[in-house]
Design a binder for this molecule. Structure first.
Ligand SMILES: [Zn+2]
Length: 218
């Protein structure tokens, strides 16, 4: 277990195992990371308590996880069939996608602690770029709030899918040719064109990032 393994497993969200704890107790950097992550999880739980969308529990009951998983798998298959697979892009690190990873590693917890925005306002603000309804079909929206990113107003969404947590950065009015990609320190990001702007998707697993990208395009 080294610092990179520790951080990767912590961000994957499956809790701290024995090997991780042993490393953390001897490592000041990872102890700081662990404390910040704890505050993040706490904020996320708080956000979830006040912001469960109307009808969510009913929708979850009607849409079992298995169906969501199949939907995501099908979306990933579509990307592979289109020749996107192979991850040759890993050699070309895009600066915007890299900035998305930096956001998750350095700014995400702070952004969540600033508090969520009202869901109906989020629906309105995101409608032209990445409708919140489309995001809700892919996973559970745990947080949505405005955040400055890349010198513009953007919207920060924390999404859980059956495979784990992903972050979306919705950038209205910022058009680009996509997708752009980057990976570092156990995180992977893709930025794709969407509506009148673009969306960054960041997670610890490149296959999950791709699945979510495919599902959001569908
Ligand atoms: Zn460490």
């Amino acid at each position: 277990m080294n610092c990179l393994d520790y951080r990767r497993q912590l961000l994957a969200g499956s809790g701290e195992g024995d090997a991780m704890r042993v490393h953390r107790l001897g490592c000041a950097a990872c102890t700081a990371e662990w404390a910040q992550h704890g505050a993040f999880e706490e904020a996320l739980r708080g956000a979830l308590q006040v912001a469960v969308p109307e009808g969510f529990v009913e929708r979850m009951a009607r849409a079992p996880a298995l169906r969501r998983r199949r939907f995501l798998a099908a979306a990933a298959g579509t990307l592979l069939a289109a020749g996107v697979g192979g991850y040759a892009w890993l050699a070309r690190q895009d600066p915007l996608a890299m900035a998305c990873i930096d956001f998750v590693m350095k700014e995400e917890a702070k952004s969540i602690m600033m508090g969520p925005m009202p869901r109906d306002e989020a629906r309105r603000m995101l409608a032209g770029t990445m409708p919140l309804e489309a995001v809700e079909r892919v996973g559970q929206v745990k947080h949505v709030g405005p955040c400055p990113f890349n010198g513009r107003n953007a919207y920060h969404i924390v999404l859980t899918v059956p495979q784990g947590k992903v972050t979306l950065l919705v950038m209205p009015g910022y058009r680009m040719d996509g997708p752009r990609r980057a990976a570092k320190e156990g995180m992977s990001a893709a930025v794709m064109a969407a509506g009148d702007g673009s969306v960054g998707i960041i997670g610890t697993d490149v296959a999950v990032v791709d699945s979510v990208m495919g599902a959001l395009k569908a």
